[in-house]
Design a protein around this ligand. Structure first.
Ligand code: AGP
Length: 609
């Protein structure tokens, strides 16, 4: 997903935009660019391949005082990674520049049409079509507002566009299916636009979430610096507004070397605050609202780590309530013409609430009259706004591309949902029982985190092997999958998650003395899991066991054994074992020297198919 920031107001606009882009670099970063109106009223464009630091050094020593500016960090979808394909795309001589997030699905058709009208494309991107469409309409004599509207009407696919126009010193923004947020600071008379409210934290004091096809207009010359219009030109009320109370601490990493490590260590506190939110705070009502939805059976749909959290939630709901839960990978579900009925519940799990495949799956369920519930981190996200009910996971901003605290909070929010269904509500007795359990979990995770050096030592012993299996049975199988994903994502090493009982049906052929098997072992199916470990050991596999503490049998058969106190938390023990996986992957990646917070090829939120 690309990052977009726009600003206009009295302070130097380029500084504001660059600061916003830095905050969004975690979302997509193979090039970055900025355009602004210079003090001698020229439209300037600077854009560079690579991280934002390259753009900043490009701007060094240049006159960048500006009252309006737009910027972009790119995660390439169409066209290679180079300066030319970076955004903004602009016609400086016409005073027009734009940035884009999403995919223009009819780009080829538009490119042919515009080329036939004499337009010369300078990049390989789909995004440049929108710039040339606007120029085409300006040449027809339309004003900039109508040129934007008419161009937008020709675009197919999910996109958000932000446009800077020198002639009238204004910014327009509009979206369909991609994230877009506006903001104002009415004290400093500033207006902002971005793809992520986090970019505006500490700058805007009020934020607005426009709906699809609402034209946002930022202009210093209007009475209101920010206005919203329908495509027919009339004023629009299709937006929600809220005070922006998201603090942004530039030293957000604190003493941690990486955001990912900070977010791993935040988990105990977040579990405690989740308990407060749902048992004593505004979350109570949303749990009861979720309870009111039909649930003859449940379709759980998500992607990546959120999908693995969904596997854990399926286990919680089925074990406690005997309600059939069907797990769906969003990118598959949306195209297989699923059988749906309106007495079912569609549960969507997402950290960002902007994952294109998950959003499309949610829209499909809505079209079938199925009630939709989200377990989501980002309030105000598209998923949050489109679902019939939402359960917030209260994980705070997750900067590390590899999801850690969001997984834990997603799984626990699903656990609370399973308990509310089981007890058909939340009596004081149930509330006390659950808050006791979650505070014990938080305490156990604190204890695990205090043993980081032990995990670091295991990482140091195994980081140079050339292949990893993560195996588990039952509720530990999703933890095996999630553990393998973490290692792949941040260490770039080949790792596979497998049901422990499945290895002997083929994959065990890969086992030799250069392969590591990280065995997730719980009290459930303990003996079966141990026999699977024996099968791997018999073929010289290196065994790392993460399982119940002080277990002699595990200690004897493992090359490395990390015992976890699971007493009294059996049903939540997968959450504990997963914390060990998070730290193990982190330290292996650190030893391999990869970019842990911004792994290659990845983006924090995948808003394209
Ligand atoms: C997790 O570490 C990955 N970054 C990725 O799998 C992510 O979980 C997936 O893209 C879903 O994102 P979402 O939770 O924002 O929908």
């Amino acid at each position: 997903m690309c990052g977009i920031v726009g600003h206009l107001g009295p302070q130097n606009s380029v500084d504001v935009v660059i600061e916003g882009l830095k905050r969004l670099e975690y979302r997509g970063y193979d090039s970055a660019g900025v355009s602004f109106i210079s003090s001698d009223n020229e439209l300037m464009v600077y854009k560079k391949k690579g991280e934002i630091a390259n753009l900043i050094s490009e701007l060094d020593g240049k006159d960048i005082k500006a009252r309006s500016s737009i910027g972009h960090t790119r995660w390439a979808t169409h066209g290679g990674v180079n300066d030319q394909n970076a955004h903004p795309h602009a016609a400086p001589e016409r005073g027009l520049s734009m940035v884009h997030n999403g995919i223009i699905e009819n780009a080829n058709e538009l490119r042919d049409f515009l080329s036939s009208k004499g337009h010369k494309f300078e990049s390989e991107t789909d995004s440049e079509c929108f710039l040339r469409l606007m120029l085409f309409h300006l040449d027809e004599g339309l004003d900039i507002k109508d040129a934007v509207i008419q161009s937008f009407k020709k675009i197919k696919g999910h996109s958000a566009f932000v446009i800077l126009y020198k002639e009238t010193d204004e910014i327009y923004a509009i979206k369909n299916g991609a994230p877009l947020v506006c903001g104002i600071n009415d004290i400093n008379s500033e207006a902002f636009v971005s793809s992520d409210p986090y970019a505006l934290a500490g700058m805007a004091n009020k934020i607005y979430f426009p709906e699809n096809e609402v034209l946002c207009h930022l202009s210093p010359s209007n009475q209101n610096i920010l206005n919203f219009y329908e495509l027919n030109g009339e004023k629009s009320k299709r937006y929600t507004a809220k005070a922006q109370n998201m603090d942004h601490d530039p030293a957000a990493k604190g003493d941690y070397e990486h955001y990912m490590l900070k977010e791993i260590f935040e988990q105990p506190e977040l579990i405690r605050s989740l308990t407060q939110f749902y048992f004593k705070g505004e979350g109570k009502d949303s749990l009861l609202k979720a309870l009111s939805l039909p649930r003859k059976n449940v379709h759980i749909t998500a992607c990546g780590t959120a999908f693995y959290a969904g596997m854990v939630i399926k286990d919680f709901i089925e074990k406690e309530n005997r309600i059939p839960c069907k797990l769906e990978i969003a990118s598959e579900f949306r195209y297989r013409n699923p059988v749906l009925s309106n007495d079912e519940l569609a549960l969507f799990i997402s950290q960002s609430g902007e994952t294109a495949d998950t959003l499309a799956a949610q829209q499909l369920c809505k079209e079938h009259g199925v009630k939709t519930l989200s377990i989501v981190n980002t309030e105000g996200s598209t998923l949050y706004r489109d679902c019939d009910a939402n359960l917030l996971i209260r994980a705070g901003i997750e900067i590390g591309v590899a999801s850690t605290k969001a997984f834990t909070q997603q799984a626990l929010t699903g656990y609370l949902l399973s308990q509310v269904i089981k007890h058909n509500g939340m009596t004081d007795e149930v509330r006390n029982l659950l808050s006791g359990k979650l505070s014990l979990l938080a305490e156990r995770i604190d204890n695990l985190l205090a043993r980081e050096d032990e995990i670091k030592a295991i990482a140091k012993s195994i980081y140079q092997y050339n292949g990893y299996f993560f195996t588990g049975r039952g509720i530990y199988f999703p933890i095996a999958l999630e553990g393998a994903l973490k290692l792949k994502e941040i260490a770039y090493v080949h790792a596979e998650g497998y049901a422990a009982g499945e290895l002997k049906h083929g994959p065990i052929a890969l086992i030799d003395d250069q392969k590591v098997n990280v065995a997730l072992v719980g009290p459930e199916l303990f003996e079966k899991t141990v026999s699977n470990i024996q099968e791997i050991k018999a073929r010289d596999g290196i065994i790392v066991s993460i399982g119940p503490k002080n277990n002699k049998e595990l200690d004897e058969i493992s090359d490395y054994y990390f015992g976890v106190e699971l007493e009294g938390l059996e049903d939540l023990s997968p959450i504990c074992l997963n914390i060990v996986n998070q730290l193990l992957s982190y330290h292996i990646a650190k030893l391999l020297g990869t970019d842990i917070d911004k792994p290659r090829n990845l983006a924090k939120s995948v808003t394209v198919e």
